[in-house]
Design a protein around this ligand. Structure first.
Ligand code: HEC
Ligand code: HEC
Ligand code: HEC
Ligand code: HEC
Ligand code: HEC
Length: 497
């Protein structure tokens, strides 16, 4: 069997092209098999190895295979011989002899082709699996996806595959994604992509089909207590608390509805925005199972026709648009490092100077690292020379923390800076919930969607020295007595129907 096979290979590889083809294919085949054995036995564990074993070598394998008939064609052309003559010249007469099942050469070709198909099919399946892995999506075109990869790894979904949110289930989703992927490869090789990558992602699957695979909608009840730490811009970087009891409940016949009301099965909220940034609403409408229908319109925009893509049924990502690619804002970034004890608050004005250092303009990461170090060290050397000497190590470690905050959030290559990707949870700078919950959108009776401060959360402390300030007894002589009492009662009553 083996000598016959060797004879066949020698016959088929007619010139340098064919010989290189055979060499390349054989070498790739052996490499793929060896690497797969090494991977299965746990010797190779590097996550990027798939790039070589499922992409590079299979590609070389196919190129090598194609070189063999190409070599044959070329040889035929230069020698001017017919296929029949060539076959006779290259192979043993017994091999080309016609038989009932076709000449032996033909049988070998068919057999080998079948084996190749099975082999490439298996490798192809492995390749699809590998390409669905976050390592591939996040790192294959490193410079483009690095921001998403960085923010993803530092998020509650760091163990969820990119494709579980971006592709979803089903064959059409897969085909769509692969076609889109081909375009992405072209556009990233030719640098045709936008920087930063535009958001919202218009071809994202309806979030309910993806997010609800893991987040059981019936569980969306109750409320969530959240304490937000902030720090004063004073010498001590004094710690302050803002405490919210966020009313997440989706509501039901018995329970009052809260924030997840928008996505309760029976409610449908649709909206149209002026463009597909989804920031400025032309109208918002609500349809409910009892047949009731309400539409809130912004009269100053009523002449504007929305782009087709900008009419949308509200889903999870209209609020949780930063479910995983979470970019911090500079104040919160520093505050969270202080809260975790990574920044030593005994360094005077550390909060204020930290925020200043990371929000200066730098041309690239190297300049930023240098600039942040110069800023902080320079500040202490000029204003607090004693501290600069005695707490040199604490300053160095603060510099390193600030540099990491900068590198996590700012990506010069993709033109991502502070605020490039706004977060719709909440209402920083007026966006988020206030895109709809505002006074501009009115229904037929002139009513607007509620924006009372306690519609969405009880407020238990607001930049206070104590985390539960408004739960403490209120004193009539206090300046904010009435507000204090109001917020206290609102919270206590929010649990009483
Ligand atoms: C938990 C779900 C989830 C996972 C996991 C996830 N993404 Fe996203 N991704 C989103 C959402 C939501 C958006 C924003 C969609 C919008 O605003 O329309 C987004 C946006 C993006 C964008 C557009 C730029 C931006 O930040 O808005 C890119 C590129 C992207 N994701 C790539 C990835 C890659 C690569 C991975 C894996 C390393 C990944 N995503 C994992 C949910 C996810
Ligand atoms: C494959 C499963 C999976 C999918 C798909 C998924 N998530 Fe999650 N999500 C999780 C898990 C697990 C956690 C909890 C992580 C933890 O607490 O460590 C989580 C946490 C969250 C949280 C809470 C974060 C916090 O602050 O505690 C939100 C909000 C969230 N997901 C929203 C979404 C949205 C929106 C989508 C769709 C775009 C989505 N998830 C898709 C598994 C998933
Ligand atoms: C109207 C805006 C909005 C929509 C739409 C929305 N959410 Fe939320 N969701 C919130 C807010 C606000 C919170 C509480 C914020 C926080 O925990 O920081 C929250 C909290 C959560 C949590 C954490 C709950 C907890 O108690 O820990 C999960 C998980 C979550 N949402 C998933 C989803 C999923 C999945 C969808 C789509 C089916 C969705 N959300 C739709 C605004 C929304
Ligand atoms: C796309 C528009 C839109 C956005 C964005 C939006 N909402 Fe709403 N919200 C509505 C509409 C419409 C209603 C229903 C008003 C009515 O009853 O007529 C509503 C109702 C509510 C209710 C009251 C539910 C009830 O009936 O008791 C809460 C709470 C709420 N939203 C919280 C939020 C929060 C928190 C956010 C931001 C994370 C948010 N909404 C973002 C449109 C929106
Ligand atoms: C439509 C719902 C809604 C309304 C109305 C609303 N908020 Fe909020 N608010 C939120 C949500 C959601 C968050 C974000 C919670 C989180 O961080 O997860 C938030 C966050 C906050 C924060 C914390 C900001 C931070 O530092 O992160 C404060 C303070 C606050 N709200 C105060 C107010 C006040 C004062 C009003 C009245 C003018 C108000 N809110 C009205 C939904 C609302």
């Amino acid at each position: 069997m083996l000598p016959r096979f060797q004879r066949f290979i020698r016959g088929a590889a007619v010139n340098w092209l064919g010989k290189w083809g055979v060499g390349l294919t054989t070498a790739s085949f052996i490499s793929i098999v060896l690497m797969e054995i090494a991977r299965l036995s746990g010797v190779l564990t590097n996550a990027y190895i798939g790039l070589v074993s499922y992409l590079l070598f299979p590609a070389l394998f196919v190129v090598g295979l194609m070189m063999i008939p190409l070599g044959w064609r070329r040889y035929q052309k230069t020698s001017g011989k017919s296929t029949r003559e060539l076959l006779r010249e290259r192979f043993d007469p017994t091999d080309v002899q016609a038989s009932r099942l076709g000449a032996r050469v033909l049988r070998i070709v068919v057999g080998l082709t079948a084996i190749n198909f099975v082999f490439m099919g298996t490798v192809g399946m492995q390749m699809l699996k590998f390409m669905d892995g976050p390592n591939f999506c996040g790192t294959a075109c490193h410079s483009v996806m690095n921001p998403e990869w960085t923010t993803y790894q530092d998020s509650p979904h760091a163990r969820v595959k990119c494709v579980e949110c971006h592709v979803g289930e089903g064959a059409t989703a897969l085909i769509d994604a692969k076609l889109n992927g081909v375009w992405q490869i072209v556009s990233s090789s030719l640098k045709l992509y936008h920087r930063p990558i535009p958001t919202p992602v218009t071809q994202l699957r309806p979030a309910r089909e993806t997010c609800e695979k893991c987040h059981w909608p019936a569980k969306f009840y109750g409320s969530r207590l959240k304490i937000i730490f902030s720090y004063a811009k004073d010498e001590a970087s004094a710690q302050r608390y803002t405490t919210l009891n966020i009313k997440v409940d989706a509501g039901s016949a018995e329970r009052r509805a809260g924030i997840h009301w928008h996505i309760a099965r029976e409610n449908e909220v649709r909206y149209a925005s002026v463009d597909d940034k989804r920031e400025e609403m032309i109208f918002v409408e609500v349809r409910q199972p009892d047949g009731s229908f309400k539409r809130y319109t912004n009269p100053s925009l009523s002449g504007r026709l929305p782009e087709k893509s900008a009419i949308r049924t509200m889903d999870c990502v209209d609020c949780h648009n930063r479910a995983t690619h979470i970019y911090e804002n500079p104040e919160k970034a520093i505050a969270s490092r202080m809260q975790r004890g990574l920044l030593d608050r005994s360094l005077p004005f550390l909060y204020r100077e930290g925020v200043t250092a990371i929000t200066r303009n730098f041309n690239d990461l190297t300049a930023a690292n240098q600039g942040i170090a110069n800023h902080l060290r320079g500040f202490y050397e000029r204003q607090f020379p004693d501290v600069a000497r005695q707490k040199s190590a604490a300053i160095d470690s603060a510099i390193a923390v600030l540099q990491r905050v900068y590198a996590r959030n700012i990506h010069h290559g993709m033109k991502i800076t502070w605020g490039s990707y706004p977060n719709h949870i909440g209402h920083r700078e007026g966006g988020g919930c206030f895109r709809c919950h505002n006074a501009k959108l009115r229904d037929a009776d002139g009513k607007h969607i509620s924006f009372d401060c306690t519609t969405c959360h009880s407020i238990l402390a607001y930049n206070s020295n104590e985390p539960f300030e408004f739960l403490q007894p209120a004193h009539t002589e206090d300046r904010d007595f009435r507000m204090h009492k109001y917020l206290q009662n609102e919270f206590l009553n929010s649990y009483v129907e």
